[in-house]
Design a protein around this ligand. Structure first.
Ligand code: AMP
Length: 423
């Protein structure tokens, strides 16, 4: 046996794992279409400068960075948003707003590998650019909700916060941007003591109050929040914005949000609401996102408000497996075409081609096995039908179709073969 193994934190996905991931990818793509998102494909390797510009220390320190042979400093993308923001400042610069863009693919972070945390993982990314209105935020939250619903998950929740609340409080208290970002990094990791240690007593007290703040419902949390932040003008505006988005989402029939006023995320570019998706079976987020109104401008584009979200497809796959979700896929019948003798191989191949032309998945027996062995092998591979091509039947324009589940067989006209297998 070879001793070659994948690089630490990277995985080979086989059988059920591969099937689950491709299923989640197809559902994400379907969801993009449902919400009017156009798919774009961007490079996996990007200039380091682009990727590190606004992502925040957390991600900056965990990128796979190298020099290409031309001496360019490049990195494997740790997320999609920077690439999409670049598009907004270049190819899509003059595109009428808003635009809705979808991407799916692998991303790379030098995270410490554990269950649900890999160094190569898959994201489906949705960005809605050009609107600062709460309805754009609501669309993204509803999309996140639909994605989890449509893959078949149950009991999921969206944790919702607004980065503008803590930002405005800290800014009004004279805390600089760099310290603010450091505070958010700590809060993201729930290291609240470490976050408080960066602040003076007054800020600490306000922040502690936010962490402790909880209502029975999202609406009640927002009301308590209003009381708590009185006197911080910017924070009041952020709570109003959060309340307006919550109202829209609730009126649209989605009541799965839980407001957490002390919630922060690792990425540095957020300016408005932030959110994460959870299921009870896993204590890690299945996805997350937020509003980032200044990023495109920072990349040299026109001021363009934007909101986006990334779903962690590997983790959605884990949730599917944990909930034993049945994959709602269009089940393809599997066929094995076997020639009885050497002489019929050409005709048998032609029959396999005809099935494929008609959209039926067919394998041709390529091991030169005798019929009994070939059927045994087809059975082991969960094949539905064996199509047996023999001299006598062929002369009459027919083949034998063996139903491997029921152990029955019948002669079928070649012209009606696809029809028979479909039925
Ligand atoms: P982010 O780009 O940090 O907002 O992350 C979006 C989503 O990607 C998270 O909610 C996770 O579901 C997923 N994710 C982030 N890091 C990893 C990782 N190392 N392995 C697997 N999934 C991840």
């Amino acid at each position: 046996m070879s001793t070659f193994q994948p690089v630490r934190g990277m995985r080979d996905l086989l059988a059920q794992d591969a099937e689950t991931l491709t299923y989640v990818i197809s559902k994400a793509r379907e969801n993009a279409q449902l919400y009017g998102f156009q798919e774009v494909i961007t490079p996996i390797v990007e200039p380091l400068e682009l990727l590190s510009a606004k992502s925040g220390d957390e991600i900056r320190q965990r990128m796979f960075i190298f020099d290409d042979l031309g001496g360019r400093r490049v990195a494997l993308r740790p997320e999609f948003t920077a690439s999409i923001a670049r598009l907004a400042t270049t190819a899509l610069r003059s595109e009428p707003k808003p635009f809705r863009l979808f991407s799916v693919g692998s991303v790379y972070r030098y995270d410490e590998p554990q269950r649900g945390r890999y160094r190569e993982f898959w994201q489906a990314n949705f960005e809605l650019m050009g609107s600062a209105k709460p309805e754009a935020d609501a669309e993204i939250i509803l999309l996140a909700n639909s994605l989890l619903k449509n893959v078949g998950l149950t009991g999921y929740a969206i944790k919702l916060g607004h980065i503008g609340i803590v930002k405005a409080i800290l800014a009004q208290e004279g805390v600089d941007d760099k310290t603010q970002n450091a505070v958010f990094q700590k809060m993201d990791k729930k290291e609240f003591e470490a976050a408080y240690a960066l602040l003076n007593a007054k800020c600490r007290a306000v922040l502690e109050g936010l962490v402790a703040l909880k209502g029975e419902t999202s609406a009640e949390t927002v009301e308590k929040l209003r009381e708590h932040i009185k006197g911080y003008e910017g924070a009041v505006a952020s709570v109003d914005n959060l309340a307006a988005i919550l109202k829209l989402v609730t009126e649209a029939g989605c009541s799965i949000q839980k407001v957490d006023p002390a919630f922060a995320r690792g990425l540095e570019y957020y300016t408005g609401i932030i959110f994460e998706l959870y299921v009870p079976e896993l204590d890690i987020a299945l996805g997350g996102g937020g509003r980032y109104d200044k990023l495109i401008e920072a990349f040299g584009g026109e001021p363009t408000p934007a909101i986006g979200m990334a779903a962690g497809l590997d983790r959605i796959g884990l949730a599917i497996q944990a909930q034993k979700t049945v994959l709602k896929k269009h089940q393809q019948k599997k066929v094995m075409v076997i020639a009885i003798k050497e002489d019929q191989k050409g005709d048998a191949l032609k029959i396999a081609q005809k099935l494929r032309d008609e959209g039926i998945s067919a394998e041709f027996e390529v091991m030169g096995r005798k019929m009994a062995k070939a059927l045994e092998d087809a059975d082991k591979r969960n094949t539905d039908y064996a199509v047996i091509v023999g001299e006598r039947e062929l002369k009459e324009g027919k083949v034998v179709v063996k139903d491997l589940a029921n152990r029955t067989q019948a002669e079928v006209e070649i012209s009606a073969l696809a029809q028979k297998i479909r039925s």
